[in-house]
Design a protein around this ligand. Structure first.
Ligand code: GLY
Length: 275
């Protein structure tokens, strides 16, 4: 399957489930002084999550062009060191604006990856927010992954750094649940396809999709510090790296070897006469 076919398959999957297909917004966000570049699919829906804007749909799907080269989500220092980071990439995302919440978000993700794309269940890992002094543990997400079909020992708890997503210092945010994939050659080797590699070193087990359960607006207080204010309605914001899921589907260990990026590398190498 080509990268373009995977993008289309994602858009079609969610359109068939009542989502409005929305174009990628520009890389320079309109009317948002908190962001230099678009860093996630949810940016163009920020005011919808906050309840300040109404659309004529409550479910959306997009493939959003993103730049992560500064600010809260800055991948610049990872580029060239890992096989999976880019400064510019495409984020596949499905969104619910006060429509469905955790149960359907998790069910849709499982159906797309396992039933539609046919990924092997014994290569998938799931992470949930284990809670902290501000927000409690997301036991519901853990139960829902198990209900969807995950083995309990493949659902792992992590803290705020990995499992609480916010767009920037302020704005919509909430606990999140990530899906990680073991890309190696030995899925039956318990020392390789094992929990310590989830959010661990190397690229062999990599995050492919993040499901954010949007429940709060993080606001800056005049006296200093921040406050989490509940959103008007619990919502869903997801982000899956198109280049990452394409690497998985094309069974290559480096995003730059997918058909989305390899031709650009080859073209540049030819022009630079370095081959
Ligand atoms: N907004 C979801 C993500 O960027 O992971």
């Amino acid at each position: 399957m080509t990268g373009s076919e995977i993008r289309q398959r994602f858009l079609d999957f969610f359109e068939q489930r009542g989502h409005k297909v929305v174009h990628s917004s520009p890389l320079l966000p309109a009317n948002d002084p908190t962001l230099l570049f678009t860093n996630a699919g949810m940016n163009q829906f920020k005011d919808v999550f906050l309840g300040n804007e109404k659309r004529d749909y409550t479910r959306a799907v997009s493939s959003q062009k993103c730049i992560r080269a500064g600010g809260k989500h800055n991948d610049l220092d990872e580029v060239g060191k890992t096989a999976r980071h880019h400064t510019f990439f495409e984020m596949l995302g499905n969104f619910s604006f006060g429509d469905y919440f955790k149960e359907d978000a998790i069910k849709f993700a499982w159906q797309f990856l396992v039933d539609d794309l046919g990924l092997e269940v014994n290569r998938l890992w799931f992470s949930v927010f284990e809670g902290d002094e501000e927000v409690g543990p997301d036991d519901e997400a853990r139960e829902l992954w198990i209900k969807a079909g995950a083995a309990p020992d493949r659902v792992l708890g992590f803290g705020r750094k990995d499992n609480f997503w916010q767009m920037g210092d302020t704005g919509p945010c909430g606990p999140c649940s990530e899906i990680h994939y073991y890309m190696g050659d030995d899925p039956d080797d318990p020392s390789k396809n094992s929990p310590e590699w989830v959010n661990g070193p190397g690229d062999t087990t990599m995050e492919i999709w993040n499901l954010v359960f949007m429940q709060y607006n993080r606001i800056a207080l005049d006296e200093g510090g921040f406050l989490l204010e509940p959103l008007p309605a619990p919502s869903v914001d997801t982000g899956m790296g198109l280049e990452r899921i394409t690497a998985v589907m094309q069974k290559v260990k480096n995003n730059y070897d997918t058909d989305l990026l390899r031709p650009l590398v080859e073209f540049t190498a030819d022009r630079a006469e370095i081959r």
